[in-house]
Design a protein around this ligand. Structure first.
Ligand code: NAD
Length: 565
């Protein structure tokens, strides 16, 4: 696992210094080197390196190979009594030896993703106050108004290219976890590296602590954030504005990913900033693209077209509205009138079916409020609307009941059932429920992973509609060509690129997403499609490389130790 610092340009052009690389820093020596996770190789430092870096005597004499180190990590990982302990084990490794952490994660992505991200990261955020051991990322609080720029400058790396920021108000389907939501930006950025090879050092997790309305956390003596109610209104907007402007000045090439904001802020912030700075909201746009990709794959499986689909969403928040908006965009590209396309999307939220004339509908829900009698029962809505696809984004576990799934299977030969709510405990139904109750007819995808299900001797592999299929590739494409904005059309091309990566073998097993084992290759394809879109829209800030796929491939980080001597 040797790394050449100056890679030859795979694009066949003059060698370029990869803009997705950290700026060079002086190499620490001795104990400082061992305590720096960026440079530390632990017992894998060679004898020559030990001499050159003043490490002699500071390490056990035996020199390990990286593969032996991986074995040791995995052996300890497997001895841990539960997933939270496995999470803590992996975070400890990330804090000690970043290269080894990414080698383990990238080589065992299917096993590691549910630990470093959903569902385990949700539990970790809930417990953050007690498992917190070493800070990672930047915290900005409502007390920091007027000095956000100064805080950002405290970060050591100056070439930050990817920021994931949360205010902790809607962590997965778990609600307001305040400052303890920090586990999410950390986890998402680890996926940027693991899934799309974005160099870990150009990634920056940020939590904006504006208080919490979670009474349990406010009473918890170990809570990591400000013990005060959430900041709202003008003062909140001013803090976010200061943050966004500070990023433009301190990290002018950074892409900002808004993550797990409550929906009263998420839609507003996206609308306010999407055409002004380089940003997107993964809960709205990333989810939309992964769900759209799932629907595109389903069309390949059942030989139909998206024009013929009628979607019923349970949940009309960021995820649901985001999916519907992108679905409308996809139909519009096919020449369908947007108004007609919107009529193919129906929503039920906590107050029932969203219909025209219902009181207090938000701006986002209004375009999807169609003429229909009021209805508060999902089964009755399914019977009345006869959807081809039922999409769960409500955070309401077990809401896709047996009668609901049976009705979907009676109405459709191949009903589409997406139970996308995270973590697993919030899924609208399990994979086993969907396959069993539909007698093997359902095409199922979930947000958190479910294992394969055997029904009447046939094995079904559920799809995981994980945003990790989309956002890392989108981020790589945007960052590689320094796109000035992130557009809705980039998410549509990303969805199509993802669906194109599903092969006949996947479809045969009922799998509507490619295997996670191929995620880096898949992300590279998505990045190329997104970068092409940036050039089409004249949003790219760098001249078009002659060979775009090779250029993007050359940007991707590999978890390989550099040779220091
Ligand atoms: P949100 O808070 O913006 O929206 C939740 C919606 O669910 C609201 O419209 C609410 O009215 C509705 N709801 C609540 N109780 C309901 C009930 N009993 N019946 C019907 N509707 C009900 O949240 P969001 O960002 O849209 O996320 C929703 C869920 O989707 C979360 O669990 C989240 O983890 C999950 N999600 C999954 C993915 C993915 O798998 N790729 C991506 C994003 C979000």
């Amino acid at each position: 696992m040797k790394k050449t610092i100056k890679k030859p340009s795979a694009s066949g052009e003059k060698a370029v210094y990869s803009p997705l690389q950290p700026l060079p820093n002086p190499l620490p020596k001795g104990v400082s080197c061992l305590q720096n996770p960026i440079y530390n190789k632990g017992a894998a430092f060679t004898l020559a390196e030990r001499e050159a870096l003043s490490l002699q005597g500071l390490l056990p004499p035996r020199v390990y190979t990286p593969d032996e180190q991986v074995l040791r990590i995995l052996s300890n990982f497997n001895k841990k009594p539960n997933d939270l302990e496995r999470y803590i084990h992996m975070m400890g490794l990330q804090d000690r030896n970043e290269t080894l952490f990414y080698k383990v994660v990238m080589d065992h992505i299917e096993e590691m993703m549910p630990i470093i991200y959903t569902p385990t990261v949700g539990r970790a955020c809930q417990e953050y106050g007690s498992i917190f051991s070493r800070p990672r990322g930047i915290y900005i609080s409502s007390r920091d108004r007027g000095r956000v720029k100064k805080i950002l400058r405290n970060w050591q790396e100056k070439n930050v290219r990817m920021i994931v920021v949360t205010d902790g108000e809607r962590i997965l389907g778990l609600g307001d976890l305040g400052a303890q939501g920090m586990g999410i930006p950390i986890g998402k950025l680890a996926l940027y590296t693991a899934c799309a090879g974005i160099h870990p050092q150009v990634c920056l997790p940020i939590t904006i602590d504006v208080g919490t309305n979670n009474e349990t956390l406010l009473r918890d003596s170990l809570y990591t954030g400000l013990r005060e109610p959430r900041l709202r209104g003008e003062r909140y907007d001013e803090l976010i504005e200061e943050f966004v402007q500070a990023v433009q000045e301190v990290f002018p090439k950074a892409l900002i990913q808004f993550e797990d904001f409550g929906n009263q802020n998420a839609f507003r912030l996206l609308e306010k900033y999407q055409d002004k700075v380089c940003c997107f909201n993964d809960d709205i746009q990333g989810t939309a693209a992964v769900a759209a990709a799932g629907l595109f794959s389903v069309m390949g499986m059942i030989g139909s077209t998206i024009q013929k689909q009628r979607l019923l969403f349970l949940g009309a928040g960021e995820a649901g509205i985001g999916i519907a908006e992108l679905f409308v965009e996809a139909l519009a590209v096919e020449g369908v009138d947007r108004e007609v396309a919107r009529h193919q999307c129906w929503f039920m939220d906590s107050k029932g079916l969203i219909v025209r004339g219902r009181d207090n509908l938000t701006e986002q829900k209004l375009p999807f409020a169609h003429e229909h009698p009021a209805c508060t029962d999902l089964l009755a809505a399914v019977e009345a609307l006869k959807p081809t696809a039922l999409i769960g984004v409500s955070g309401m576990p077990s809401s896709f009941t047996k009668p609901v799934v049976e009705a979907m299977a009676r109405i459709n030969k191949r009903p589409v059932i997406f139970a996308l709510s995270n973590p697993t405990s919030k899924a609208e139904c399990t994979a086993s429920d969907a396959y069993t109750w539909s007698d093997g007819q359902a095409i199922f995808a979930s947000g958190s992973p479910f294992g394969p299900v055997v029904h009447k001797g046939q094995t079904f592999v559920p799809g995981q509609g994980n945003n990790a299929y989309i956002f890392p590739g989108v981020g790589l494409g945007v960052a590689a060509v320094e796109a000035r904005h992130v557009t809705q059309s980039m998410f549509l091309v990303a969805a199509r690129a993802l669906a194109c990566q599903v092969d006949k073998n996947d479809l045969k097993q009922g799998r509507i997403y490619p295997s996670l084992k191929r995620i880096q290759e898949v992300s590279a394809h998505i990045a190329v499609a997104v970068a092409e879109e940036a050039y089409r829209l004249k949003l790219a800030a760098i001249p078009r490389p002659k060979n775009l796929p090779a250029y993007i491939a050359s940007m991707m980080y590999k978890p390989e130790y550099p040779m220091f001597a």
